[in-house]
Design a protein around this ligand. Sequence first.
Ligand SMILES: [Mg+2]
Length: 366
Amino acid sequence: MKIERIEAIPYAIPYTHPLRFASGEVHTASHVLIRVHTDDGLVGTADTPPRPYTYGETQKSIITVVDEIFAPQLAGLDPFDREKAQRVMARTVHNDTAKGAVDIALWDLIGQAVGTPVHKLLGGYTDSMRVSHMLGFRPAAELLEEAQRFREQYGVTTFKLKTGRRPLDLDVEAVRVLREGLGDDVEIYLDANRGWTANEAMEVLRRTDGLGLTALEEPCDASEAMSRRRLVEHSSIPIVGDESVPTPGDVSRELLSGGCNAVCIKTARSGFTQATEILGLCTGLGVDVTMGNQIDTQIGSLATVTFGAAHEASQRRAGELSNFLDMSDDLLAEPLEIISGRIHVRDVPGVGIAIDEEKLARYRQD
Ligand SMILES: [Mg+2]
């Protein structure tokens, strides 16, 4: 089996409402669908969510790097030779979601070729993940209403609150309202998307002490090295690296230098191959991981649950898998469902990403 060609298809699907957080705001999912075609007619599929304000990738840059750099070098390669593909793509720095999607599409091909679900190939630990729901910037009363609705409608009991606002009272108040309204049997953790300084984050932790928070993600820019290290040393809850740790090298640098002591893994930017390396670093060093969301579609969320459910360590914490509910539509032919707070992997060969071709024709922009 040989890679014949790679398609990078731009498409746009509006969100039902704008999503706001400290690093940006999105109104439309302007993504790129990656399709790797082989000479024996198999098609491996993955989704790329560009996040320009965080990683510098855009829809156009992803298409260009795939069309002009990766595709010509990967053509003719056996999809099973993932390590060769990794080395080809590693020559180009950054462009992590473009690389991640190509890697996931290769795994999808491998699963199809051997007639095995990819979650089994990756580890086969379990068949589902608990879902954590992300709460964006909204007045505290609306956040509580949203969380209550998710608990009732979907059985979700873990919530990530987007923070990083100034004045700090806005976020401290939101935590208090959520804890009082939801009770003690709900997990709440924070993600500041670098919105604060390390010292502001210290103040927020002090003011929310006793409210049962379980983690604080990306409190400040990781380059604020000394203050951030002090924060990590003094915090009673894990400080999670996310956008500061997109690659295995970044993960080792931040963990070993004390810039974080937990890691968010996103298959959108790591693919399955690098996500496996990151997970190995984290389990080896004994730190928690969370399966994160790059505002993924159903295709991206299915990839996340495929990886997350495959390993014991990545399924321990609830995975951030519900962002697709904010989209007005999706390309996945058979919709993902959250049932009793969980999303299941698909027991079909590959990742199980069947595309609704009519919808792709409607939303594609090329
Ligand atoms: Mg994050």
